[in-house]
Design a protein around this ligand. Structure first.
Ligand code: ADP
Length: 240
């Protein structure tokens, strides 16, 4: 069963068609890079996947649970890292996670145990007592990812998770999330316009003007570092 299944999804803002019959699936353990230039429809797709918007046409299922018919069951399997920060900067790293655990109905003890687990997974355990405000941008992002894993989702959605980070922090986060897919079997949907975040084994979905132009393994779509040129050529009418 796919972790995420999207079938014939369309969405319009008034007369503007932002998504046109989008279909794809992400399997457990698969890192799927959603590549699209600005305006492609990535944020719209994320808004639909997280139920910020409701689609009038199409179907979304998470671990077989229909998002429209069984939203609680579907959302329970989903962790989301939004572009906007969701941390409370005045709380410690551990308190930020405990707070999120409480929101998900975890007991204090369970929440603390999971906080420890997710921090270790993101190589952040030694920062549990630090105030979120004192973390650098890369560590704040890693804490956001840790938070999104607190309820043990099977699908992780990340909307341009490296925006504003320096090269080293970007590389660390990209590597961590690839490891979550490879080692923990998490299904990952990673939206970006930065082709260098994609590994050869990743699945690539190229979204442009609300349509999926191409899908496949990165290594098959474009050999040896050719993905950037390929992506630019496919989406060349996008505003620079
Ligand atoms: P991306 O996240 O890939 O940059 P978006 O999902 O934000 O793309 O936008 C997809 C298309 O929908 C774009 O053409 C954009 O201008 C349009 N759009 C986005 N939000 C709105 C809105 N609130 N009203 C009208 N058009 C919108």
């Amino acid at each position: 069963m796919p972790a995420l299944e999207v079938a014939d999804l369309s969405f319009r803002y008034g007369r503007k068609e932002a998504l046109k019959g989008v279909s794809f699936a992400v399997q457990p353990g698969e890192f799927c890079a959603l590549l699209g230039p600005n305006g492609a429809g990535k944020s719209t797709l994320f808004a639909l996947l997280t139920r910020l918007f409701v689609a009038r046409q199409g179907r979304i299922a998470v671990m077989g649970q229909d998002l429209q018919q069984a939203p609680r069951a579907a959302l329970a399997q989903m962790g989301v890292v939004f572009q906007q920060m969701t941390l409370d900067l005045d709380l410690s790293v551990a308190r930020n996670l405990a707070y999120f655990g409480a929101l998900h109905g975890l007991s204090r003890r369970e929440s603390a145990a999971r906080a420890q687990e997710v921090l270790e997974r993101l190589d952040m355990a030694e920062r549990a007592g630090e105030k979120a405000r004192d973390l650098n941008g890369g560590h704040r992002r890693r804490l956001e990812i840790a938070r999104a894993l607190m309820h043990r989702p099977r699908l992780l959605l990340l909307d341009e998770p490296t925006v504003g980070l320096d090269a080293r922090a970007r590389a660390a986060i990209t590597a961590h999330v690839h490891a979550l897919a490879r080692e923990d079997g998490l299904a990952v949907l990673w939206a970006t316009h930065l082709v260098d975040e994609v590994s050869p084994d990743d699945t690539v979905l190229i979204l442009h003007h609300g349509e999926i132009l191409q899908t496949g393994q990165a290594r098959d779509i474009a050999p040896e570092n050719g993905l950037a040129a390929h992506f630019m050529a496919l989406t060349e009418d996008a505003a620079a």
